[in-house]
Design a protein around this ligand. Structure first.
Ligand SMILES: Cc1cc2nc3c(=O)[nH]c(=O)nc-3n(C[C@H](O)[C@H](O)[C@H](O)COP(=O)(O)OP(=O)(O)OC[C@H]3O[C@@H](n4cnc5c(N)ncnc54)[C@H](O)[C@@H]3O)c2cc1C
Length: 454
């Protein structure tokens, strides 16, 4: 890409220790320009102008007013976050709210609104909406978003090595006081390649997937979980002339959610959209499906796993190979790692369903613990007591009462939704009013990235 220019000298660990308190802040500020790389934007480049804000630079439009003596007695520390998805973004905000400096390392040039990723891979034009700017995310003058791929970590020297630039040929070392892994996991559809991409390549990736779909008459989606359901319904709704099959190993859709009512309702809605649902297919291999449906496009939507790049960054002792996740304790510290190493979001073995909302909750716990708290993360394992009575009160909107504790909001095609919250399956009347037609983009623009509506 050739648009980055950086000079970099890491702060020696000993110096950073002394620079921890405000009496040393000025000295720290003098050093930081050598640590934080400078982003130089070439004329005509699509690179975002305010990704890296240098102390003392003319970019400091949001410089804070001079603090009172009392306020100045804050501890300054720097947290490196690997991964600028939902978890990384939520955590950056939670840390900044506690006056902590953040270096958010994200390998893609833009935030990827993964929740709308499936739709961006299917519906032409939608890809323009799902890659969002990081410009407004960080407010502290010593925080920055660094676009590059984290590829090496030294916990002894507290150094993270990040490769930047289109060719990933510029290495920068980031020093940190604490580090958080928020690299997410790879899904089987609606998934970007396992490498960093600039905006033009991100858009081209979506277009390529859209073209693959446009060229075939028959599409077979394998996996009747949330991803397979959303994918097949979206394709059927977008391409009314194509034949769409959804194959699921078990006897009911959304079998992981353990709610027959939910599975039955989803099946009815999928069939109304024209999806051919096949249940009880047992273990399904891609090659077998290709033989059974010659000439079709087979899309696997059968779970997720840690990416190879994440695996190579991490100490193997931190990884649970069975679940392909990072082992964490109740404080979300990584097990077998020093106590300044944390993991959040999909990549952390918290026992949660893989959903952005849990990454949000993890971020709050980790932000508190980094700042000296002792917060314990407790995944929701039972419904609160008021849920059953509430379901009676809401009877106009409640379709059925089920036992699941999951929070599920499925988008079916372009206009249909199904929502289950706290064991209550909501009727269409409620769901259509609650769910956003834009797959949550307006919400994430405003609440997570502080961007204006587009
Ligand atoms: C099609 C689809 C629909 C979904 N719908 C919903 C939904 O409706 N509701 C819901 O709650 N959840 C939904 N999910 C799940 C949700 O997207 C994930 O739970 C969520 O993205 C997890 O957030 P995360 O921050 O852990 O990881 P991610 O959002 O995956 O972010 C990880 C980030 O880390 C970056 N990264 C990885 N490795 C490196 C590295 N070495 N260096 C730098 N950066 C790196 C990646 O580029 C990525 O941006 C959906 C998922 C898919 C695929």
């Amino acid at each position: 890409m050739g648009v980055y220019e950086c000079t970099h000298t890491p702060i020696p660990t000993a110096t950073r220790k002394h620079a921890s308190y405000t009496c040393e802040v000025q000295r720290l500020h003098q050093m930081i320009p050598t640590v934080l790389p400078k982003l130089v934007v070439e004329p005509g480049s699509a690179v975002l102008p305010k990704l890296v804000v240098e102390p003392g630079s003319a970019n400091l439009e949001r410089e804070k007013p001079t603090k009172s003596r009392h306020e100045r007695k804050e501890i300054t520390m720097r947290v490196a976050i690997v991964g600028g998805g939902y978890g990384g973004v939520y955590l950056s905000k939670a840390l900044e709210a506690r006056n902590v400096d953040v270096v958010l390392v994200e390998r893609n040039e833009r935030f990827f609104h993964k929740i709308g990723g499936g739709r961006a891979f299917i519906e032409s034009g939608f890809e323009e909406k799902v890659f969002l700017e990081f410009d407004e995310l960080l407010q502290r003058r010593d925080s920055c978003v660094l676009i590059g791929e984290a590829r090496a970590l030294n916990v002894n020297t507290k150094t993270l090595s990040v490769w930047c630039g289109r060719e990933a040929d510029e290495k920068r070392d980031i020093n940190f006081d604490a580090i958080v892994f928020a690299m997410g996991v790879r899904h089987t559809f609606g998934q970007l390649p396992d490498e960093g991409l600039m905006l033009d390549d991100l858009l081209a990736t979506c277009k390529r997937e859209q073209d693959r779909l446009a060229m075939v008459d028959v599409i077979v989606v394998v996996g009747g979980g949330a991803l397979g359901i959303e994918t097949s319904s979206q394709i059927a709704d977008t391409y009314k002339d194509k034949t769409v099959h959804l194959l699921h190993s078990r006897g009911a859709l959304m079998s992981g959610a353990g709610s027959k009512e939910l599975g039955d309702l989803v099946k009815t809605k999928l069939e109304a959209l024209g999806v051919n649902v096949h249940l009880g297919c047992g273990r399904i291999e891609k090659e077998d499906v290709q033989r059974q449906y010659p000439g079709s496009l087979v899309l696997m939507a059968t779970g997720c796993r840690m990416s190879d790049s994440s695996r190579s960054l991490l100490d193997p002792r931190w990884i649970n190979d069975e679940t392909s996740e990072i082992r964490v304790g109740p404080s979300l510290r990584v097990e077998n790692a020093p106590d300044f190493v944390y993991a959040i979001g999909d990549i952390a073995a918290t026992g949660d369903y893989k959903q952005a909302r849990w990454a949000h909750r993890h971020a709050e716990v980790v932000a508190a613990n980094i700042c000296g708290g002792n917060k314990i993360y407790q995944p929701l394992r039972s419904n609160p007591w008021f849920i059953r009575p509430l379901s009676y009160i809401l009877c106009w909107w409640v379709r059925a009462r089920v036992d699941s504790t999951l929070v599920i909001a499925l988008k079916l095609g372009l206009h249909e939704h199904v929502m289950e919250f706290g064991g209550i399956l909501f009727s269409d009347y409620f769901t259509r009013r609650k769910m956003e037609k834009d797959t949550g983009i307006a919400h994430v623009r405003k609440s997570a990235l502080s961007l204006p509506p587009n």
